[in-house]
Design a protein around this ligand. Structure first.
Ligand code: DC
Length: 234
């Protein structure tokens, strides 16, 4: 019998909790967690550190193709609040790709169709033949259109901004709620209005609004749903 692999695809706007929830679900189910946003962030980081404009599609694709991107679960020594350890050409860039500059840059390079094409290809190769939980903006309909469970994870903008502000303050950044909210709105706007594979909720995706739920409640709901689907198929 051919083994069947379970794919969970999650899309949703900035700071809806996709990363935290996916990491915890992956631990509960022993699935591989893949943060596809980290790959767009690496593309922006490559452009930024090589003085290439975020609009220069050809050069950015060249930079991606000439680089090695690797991601893994953080080891014991690496547990400093990161959800995933990200290597670019052997260098640990886990935190370097989380700056405001790179956050904005990543949503700019993500509008470029060729950049998306090469990154989607890499994502599909990573997921092949494995149980995975993959999160991003186009996973439910482009990267893993055959996923057994498709989720659109969302929360109200103010809720998302408050959570993000708290995370940033814990890291020592001094920002206002208004600034965080306007950065989130700008990125959402760019992610939802781009021509190439914008962020959207597809009709068959299960919408989970996390505004009034704790992280544990969201994780519980998803794990229960996976178990339900698995038992109905066995
Ligand atoms: O999830 P994140 O904030 O780390 O993602 C960074 C940017 O990358 C985000 O603004 C949109 C883009 N992105 C995308 O276009 N498609 C994905 N599958 C994942 C992220």
């Amino acid at each position: 019998m051919t083994p069947t692999f379970f794919h969970i695809a999650i899309d949703g706007p900035v700071a809806a909790g996709k990363g935290t929830v996916s990491r915890l679900v992956s631990q509960r189910l022993n699935f591989l967690y893949i943060d596809t946003g980290a790959m767009y962030r690496m593309a922006a980081y490559l452009a930024h550190t090589n003085n290439v404009s975020y609009e220069d599609e050809t050069k950015i694709v060249e930079l991606i193709e000439g680089s090695h991107m690797d991601m893994r679960n953080p080891t014991e020594e690496e547990r400093d609040g990161r959800l995933t350890t990200v290597f670019l050409n052997g260098e640990d860039v886990s935190w370097k790709i989380r700056t405001e500059e790179i956050s904005q840059g990543s949503s700019k390079v993500a509008v470029l169709p060729e950049v998306r094409r090469v990154l989607v290809e890499k994502q599909q190769i990573i997921a092949k033949g494995k149980n995975v939980i993959m999160e991003g903006r186009d996973i439910t309909y482009r990267v893993l259109p055959n996923a057994q469970l498709k989720i659109y994870l969302t929360a109200k903008t103010k809720e998302r901004a408050e959570r993000r502000l708290l995370q940033l303050q814990q890291k020592g950044f001094d920002l206002t709620l208004e600034k965080v909210m306007s950065d989130i709105e700008q990125r959402d706007q760019r992610d939802m209005s781009r021509l190439a594979d914008p962020l959207k909720k597809i009709p068959e995706a299960w919408e989970v609004d996390t505004s009034k739920l704790s992280i544990e409640e969201v994780v519980e709901k998803i794990v229960a749903e996976v178990e339900k689907i698995r038992s109905s198929k066995s």
